[in-house]
Design a protein around this ligand. Structure first.
Ligand SMILES: *[C@@H]1O[C@H](CO)[C@@H](O)[C@H](O)[C@H]1NC(C)=O
Ligand SMILES: *[C@@H]1O[C@H](CO)[C@@H](O)[C@H](O)[C@H]1NC(C)=O
Ligand SMILES: *[C@@H]1O[C@H](CO)[C@@H](O)[C@H](O)[C@H]1NC(C)=O
Ligand SMILES: *[C@@H]1O[C@H](CO)[C@@H](O)[C@H](O)[C@H]1NC(C)=O
Ligand SMILES: *[C@@H]1O[C@H](CO)[C@@H](O)[C@H](O)[C@H]1NC(C)=O
Ligand SMILES: *[C@@H]1O[C@H](CO)[C@@H](O)[C@H](O)[C@H]1NC(C)=O
Length: 469
């Protein structure tokens, strides 16, 4: 190689720059490149051959572990070598695929390579994941209220648990960090060496700067929104506003929503600063829009543009499964990572007169602008994502199987769920523990993790599971 570069230098030095010389130069460079290539592939063959012989039972160990490692890397297969073991990581998903000891190395490499090629060859219609898909394990899920974020949080918590990732756990029993105020150092549990976190999936007021400081570098930012009217009625019911309205007007009524919306100021006392107050621009509030700007449309537009810039994905509850598929594509996660048991998604419809929503629209213009902005982007993304609908349909089928399985396994814990390979997943199997981790009441799940990670005794050792509909 060095010789060839020297001769190139000599050619440059020895010739003036004329037409003829240029042609000569191109021809020479081509010849040199050709020779170098042959030389390189010869080297590759020399390394490959003894391995193949070994693999086919010659029993002759010709390469050291480090050489196996190099060989694997040459084949674009990621490996970790530790002591005498080599872990081959699928170059496609970066998951540990095979735990191998020395005598298994060759078979492992060949399998991994085969695996690798298979992925490449089905790459044409394997639109599920981009070619260079790297799994992201640093994620912020900004949990909004009454938006189905509980279910999504569960997915992130389970992922952190199963993959032993660091996760922000609140001092509180509830999944909140400082909310409704700004969060500070005393709101979360500090890891022993103040290491950064992989996953955050709590309620906290969005503050990019403060959250970035907590997280490992390059975290992806994700949140979820819901039709503001449904979000509002859900919060209205959750905080039992019927009672507050009836107390205020001094009689029973059936038109609580209308009563409230026709004169919110009568009932809605922002200064009270308790959870009952959050009925106006609730999602924008969670995303950090200062309440002082609720009436300033220009400030709202500016703020939504900031959110748009900051977030990698804004999920939409009305397209929940589609959102999860976009999430999985964004993060390069496996199909099993996004399986869920719907919990705390109350689809109760609150009857209301037609003008009520108009009134709410006027009252919560920031949330409507926010939702409309991101729904439009979401629909665009759906349209632009090839093969998404097929993948969603497949995911729904598997998730239904998973839900049924979790129902059955609660009666017979030795049952196993096995899912065959498809265009979107490798073969996988799940056991009872996966269902438990998918159904654990979040405060209990956090207590378990606090005990496990930090040895902190739990306040309530109950292990409540969400029911399966
Ligand atoms: C290597 O593999 C052996 C046998 O499979 C196992 O006992 C040992 O713990 C492994 N070492 C490491 C560092 O993983
Ligand atoms: C390596 O793996 C082979 C095949 O699984 C096994 O027979 C052998 O005992 C293992 N060797 C060590 C040192 O673990
Ligand atoms: C993917 O391509 C293979 C071969 O071309 C075909 O048999 C298979 O049906 C395709 N799958 C999908 C989901 O399009
Ligand atoms: C989980 O991660 C922690 C911190 O990185 C580490 O100390 C621990 O050994 C890991 N546990 C397992 C089971 O991998
Ligand atoms: C949807 O996607 C198709 C093709 O990908 C494109 O032609 C069409 O303009 C898109 N529609 C919208 C509304 O973006
Ligand atoms: C539980 O499932 C296992 C595995 O399918 C089966 O062998 C066993 O008979 C089942 N037990 C009951 C009580 O149904």
């Amino acid at each position: 190689m060095e010789k060839s570069s020297n001769s190139v230098a000599a050619i440059f030095a020895g010739f003036g720059c004329t037409w003829k010389n240029l042609v000569l130069l191109v021809i020479t460079a081509t010849v040199i490149l050709f020779i170098t290539r042959i030389h390189q592939s010869k080297q590759l063959l020399q390394i490959e051959n003894p391995l193949r012989l070994h693999g086919h039972g010659s029993g002759k160990q010709t390469l050291q572990l480090s050489e196996h490692t190099d060989l694997a890397r040459m084949h674009n297969i990621d490996v970790n070598s530790e002591n005498s073991n080599l872990t081959v990581i699928s170059s496609f998903k970066k998951d540990p695929m095979l735990q191998l000891n020395k005598s298994q190395i060759f078979n492992g490499l060949e399998q991994a390579e085969h695996h690798h090629q298979e992925k490449e060859s089905t790459g044409n219609n394997r639109s599920a994941l981009p070619k260079k898909c790297r799994r992201h394990t640093n994620v912020v899920f900004l949990k909004t209220h009454k938006t189905g974020s509980e279910t999504t949080s569960q997915i992130f918590m389970r992922f952190a648990d199963i993959n032993n990732l660091s996760i922000v756990l609140p001092k509180s029993r509830w999944p909140i960090m400082g909310w409704p105020g700004a969060f500070g150092k005393n709101h979360y549990i500090h890891p022993p060496e103040e290491t950064k976190f992989n996953i955050l999936c709590l309620h906290c007021i969005y503050n990019r700067h403060a959250i970035d400081k907590l997280m490992e570098h390059g975290a992806k930012y994700v949140t979820i929104l819901r039709d503001p009217w449904h979000q509002f009625t859900s919060a209205f019911n959750f905080f039992k506003w019927e009672k507050i309205i009836e107390k205020e007007i001094g009689k029973t009524t059936t038109n609580h929503l209308e009563k409230f919306l026709e004169n919110p100021g009568r009932f809605y006392k922002w200064e009270k600063d308790n959870a009952h107050a959050y009925l106006r621009n609730y999602m924008s509030f969670d995303l950090g829009l200062p309440p002082a700007q609720y009436d300033d449309m220009n400030a709202i537009i500016e703020y939504v543009n900031i959110i748009d810039n900051d977030f990698d994905l804004v999920m939409i509850l009305e397209y929940y499964d589609e959102s999860l598929i976009l999430l999985r594509r964004l993060l390069c996660w496996k199909l099993e990572d996004i399986l869920y048991i719907p919990n705390n998604i109350k689809r109760k419809i609150t009857p209301a007169q037609p003008h009520a929503e108009q009134l709410y629209h006027h009252f919560s213009q920031a949330d409507y602008y926010l939702y409309q902005h991101f729904t439009a982007i979401f629909k665009q993304r759906l349209n632009d994502s090839s093969g998404l609908l097929k993948e969603v349909a497949y995911f729904q089928k598997i998730n239904t199987e998973f839900t049924r399985y979790c129902k059955r396994v609660s009666k017979n814990s030795s049952l196993i769920l096995q899912i065959d390979r498809s265009n979107w997943n490798d073969f996988f199997s799940l056991d009872e523990s996966y269902c438990t981790k998918s159904r654990l009441y979040i405060p209990d799940y956090m207590s378990i993790l606090k005990k496990q990670r930090y040895g902190i005794a739990t306040e309530k050792p109950t292990q409540k599971l969400w029911p399966i509909d």
